[in-house]
Design a protein around this ligand. Structure first.
Ligand SMILES: [Zn+2]
Length: 240
């Protein structure tokens, strides 16, 4: 326990002094005594505590009008994405405020945006997309229930780094986000016949390419790769 405390407090030293950070360090000192209700299994693990203590710099912004998705995604980030912190929003306007705040811009590693959010208090997903398109530093991955050729093309044209069709499990979400964070983008396989992005399909183990489309009534074996993110970025990404 004592070792753990030492380890925890080290990074705080460097942060202190700037805009009243000492208050948070006092809070953190007591943090390990607090019960975290959302993480019953990991509550006592020093590893997970370290994860929590790590900088609030690596934010993953989760935007979805369905609170169940925001909650599931947040839990996934907390549990399975070491070193990253979730910031969830169910309202586009709030997300927009957060993303456009200059203090946050450099902290955001990824935005996961639900494409089908209703218009809430005057702000739309379109506005978020426009802002994100302008600041190419912030990668945005799209979540959408509409797995269609038209939507995939739209998502590609937005410069999104990946597309995760709804509905998805926490496991699928974690795999997706890890891949996007590691490579900067995630390409997919698309059925040329029906246009859907293929997820969780039976794959050819040699090529890692889906064998045929799993859509009911399709079953086409005409499968092509769908590229996301800028292709230059993809070519340049030897940085891992
Ligand atoms: Zn198909």
């Amino acid at each position: 326990m004592d070792n753990e405390k030492d380890r925890k407090e080290k990074p705080l030293g460097g942060e202190k002094g700037k805009d009243g950070r000492s208050r948070s360090s006092r809070r953190r000192r007591g943090a390990r005594h607090r019960h975290r209700k959302t993480r019953p299994e990991a509550a006592d693990s020093p590893e997970s505590q370290d994860r929590k203590q790590q900088s609030k710099a690596n934010m993953i912004v989760l935007v979805d009008d369905d609170p169940a998705y925001v909650e599931m995604e947040s839990l996934a980030v907390v549990h399975y994405l070491t070193g990253f912190n979730p910031m969830g929003f169910t309202q586009p306007s709030r997300a927009l405020n957060y993303i456009t705040n200059p203090r946050n811009a450099s902290r955001i590693r990824l935005v996961l945006l639900d494409l089908e959010m209703p218009r809430v208090d005057g702000h739309t997903v379109q506005e978020i997309l426009q802002i994100l398109k302008q600041s190419r530093d912030i990668p945005v991955a799209i979540v959408s229930a509409h797995n269609t050729a038209e939507n995939i093309e739209r998502i590609q044209n937005l410069g999104a780094v990946g597309f995760l069709p709804k509905a998805f499990t926490m496991e699928v979400f974690v795999r997706f986000v890890k891949e996007v964070l590691r490579n900067g983008h995630l390409n997919g396989w698309q059925c040329a016949a029906c246009g859907r992005l293929l997820t969780g399909d039976l794959v050819d183990m040699l090529t890692m390419r889906p064998i045929k489309c799993s859509s009911s009534g399709c079953g086409s074996s005409d499968i092509r790769q769908a590229f996301f993110g800028s292709q230059q970025d993809a070519a340049d990404s030897g940085q891992s």
